[in-house]
Design a protein around this ligand. Sequence first.
Ligand SMILES: Cc1ncc(COP(=O)(O)O)c(C=O)c1O
Length: 427
Amino acid sequence: MSDERIDTICVQDGYQPGNGEPRTPPIVQATTFKYTSSEQMSRLFDLSESGYFYSRLQNPTNDTVAAKICELEGGAAAMLTSSGQAANFFALFNICNAGDHIVASSAIYGGTFNLINVTMAKMGIEATFVSPDCSEEELEAAFRPNTKVVFGESIANPALIVLDFEKFAAAAHRHGVPLIVDNTFPTPVNCRPFEFGADIVTHATTKYMDGHGSCVGGAIVDSGKFDWMAHADKFPGMTTPDDSYHGVTYAKDFGPAAYITKATAQLMRDFGSTPSPISSWIMGMHLESLAVRMERHCANAQKVAEFLAADPRVSWVHFPGLPGDRYHALAQKYMPNGTCGVISFGVPGGREKVSSFLDHLKMVSIATHVADARSCTLYPAGTTHRQLTEEQLEEAGVGIDLVRLSCGIENADDIIADLDQALAAVQ
Ligand SMILES: Cc1ncc(COP(=O)(O)O)c(C=O)c1O
């Protein structure tokens, strides 16, 4: 693990050129790799020798970017996927089979909720969702003998709820299972979940890591700390020979890289959610400015949240950076240097008024996206959640007055001026 500070890792890690080699990582836009010995190719297939042979499984450009994200999180091994959805699916499915059970925080991104609640349920993997604010007893009651993993989001999208890592990690470890945390919103610049007991971290790199609305992608990072062999009966896929891969036993043969090796060898092989090397390269370039961008995103969000909180035309504001926010204390504990650039707030007066407010924005664009250099906003009750009744919206924590705002890296005063004129236009 690197001793460098996080902003240095963003710039320097993942790729170290040799003398006379290109300073930036080469884009290896190749599906396949040439060998002169079929025996060596057999060894690659047996995983007894490491090397590239087909980009569906591994590609050198993707690996340089994965290595940087691994260092950023302080992990032991990492892989990229073609989207954040693929990352969360692989992270869970790598250790859950039909008949297994997941304990998940109910405050997670809607796409991940659907993945677990609907699609993985169709695969025979059940889930119990718990409130992130539940008591230790309530969390304990969610576990079953067949529970294989606990899942949560470090800052939930769009609820902006900060996960109590230590509470969730302690419960997971009491039951001999790992805690997986989607760390998309704070990024490792603001929060490193492994330091608070998480075992595996996922990312929608589509968000702040790319940060420029250009590449859909995901990442999985393993801390390498979870002792699979100590819970061998729960995780036979990790601890017994894999007949579909020449009898390797991941937890015995690959040490701290076991979990990522299994996800690559089995899940990438069979599902193939591989990112394109060009997309990974672009995202990798954008990672170099991640720490600088996060600082500005957070500073802007703080200033904008303070403006909105003091404005009588706005009914409420959720932003964990605000001292009065319900999750401020947890944010101070787990991410004292900053949270993220996303704010939610209420514009009273009904659906038409909220839609009209958004339509009056000039610089802040309407987009189904967050965590972008350009400020953007979305009215969930009028778009992503428009099929829900008012009661269902309240239950989902998405009131008809809720506006989600992702503060970009423009000048905060220009974001505030745009919000101010749009609020004035709808009074
Ligand atoms: C926290 C979080 N996780 C996962 C995802 C899914 O990522 P992707 O859109 O890259 O599939 C998103 C998307 O918004 C997200 O916000």
